[in-house]
Design a binder for this molecule. Structure first.
Ligand SMILES: [Zn+2]
Ligand SMILES: [Zn+2]
Length: 274
């Protein structure tokens, strides 16, 4: 029996003797099946290959990024946020080995895991089991949990306070339960938003975007984008970290508002002539 992992998206499935027929996450229109065909691996195989390692980098005081090298699956970054006697793993990656566990233990371990959306559920159960912690997922995305576990706590409503100064906000958009993490103490108390793919930092780091599908370039409706920007407007933050190690370093709330305005004008055909 193996817990097979899809090599394209990094999602781990429950133990089975043969690989699943399809990867539900990749078959869905927001992702894509590898043009070379569906392929599977296991965490044991990844570790034994000795090809992969996790890099843990200090991004700013009390914030570390965790990323696998070479890139595996979607290639996202997870973040360890150190709150007051409470360490949160924001989003998750597939690869985890003894070296990673030791390094994270040296940083004080993990008290909980919270996810922005299903593309980063990856091998979250491996991480939760390694540190004996719960996983917080919005109930609206329950159907995308491929590997069920008692570790998973479904939350509902629009906000969830995980700890003092660490609150998740449901914005929806890319996924119905799509959530961002507001870290009040981040960036020397000016506030940080960790957004996964829910608010996407784009190539020009002064701007962000909002999509239903990033790989397949499917936009969101104007009404939804306005709603998402309105939801973060009252939050105090001036920096955003996305899931790909891209950062809006300052004035990030203003960037979100300007970006929402530009996006809405663009999809309504009011901004440029074609
Ligand atoms: Zn997949
Ligand atoms: Zn995504």
């Amino acid at each position: 029996m193996n817990q097979f992992i899809c090599t394209a998206c990094g999602t781990q499935y429950p133990a089975s003797s043969t690989p699943p027929k399809i990867c539900t996450i990749c078959e869905e229109e927001r992702q894509y099946v590898n043009p070379n065909g569906q392929a599977w691996t296991t965490l044991e195989e990844l570790i034994q290959s000795q090809q992969y390692e996790n890099n843990i980098l200090l991004e700013e005081e009390n914030l570390y990024s965790i990323n696998t090298s070479p890139s595996f699956g979607i290639g996202q970054t997870a973040y360890l946020v150190k709150g007051k006697d409470y360490n949160l793993l924001w989003d998750c990656i597939t690869f985890i080995d003894e070296n990673t566990k030791e390094k994270i233990a040296q940083l004080g371990g993990i008290n909980a895991i919270a996810l922005s959306h299903p593309h980063y559920y990856s091998a979250q159960i491996e991480w939760a089991e390694a540190f004996g912690v719960p996983i917080y997922i919005h109930e609206d995305d329950q159907e995308w949990i491929m590997n069920p576990s008692d570790r998973i706590i479904l939350w509902s409503g629009e906000t969830l306070v995980l700890n003092e100064g660490l609150t998740i906000h449901r914005l929806g958009g890319h996924f119905k339960g799509g959530a961002v993490l507001h870290w009040e103490a981040g960036n020397e108390g000016k506030g940080v938003l960790l957004t996964g793919d829910i608010i996407q930092v784009v190539a020009d780091r002064k701007w962000v975007s909002f999509m239903y599908s990033y790989p397949n370039l499917i936009p969101l409706p104007a009404k939804k984008v306005r709603e998402m920007a309105d939801k973060v407007k009252p939050l105090s933050f001036n920096r955003i970290y996305n899931a790909f190690h891209k950062i809006v370093k300052e004035d990030a709330n203003h960037s979100v508002q300007l970006s929402a305005d530009r996006y809405i004008k663009a999809i309504q055909g009011e901004w440029f002539q074609t």
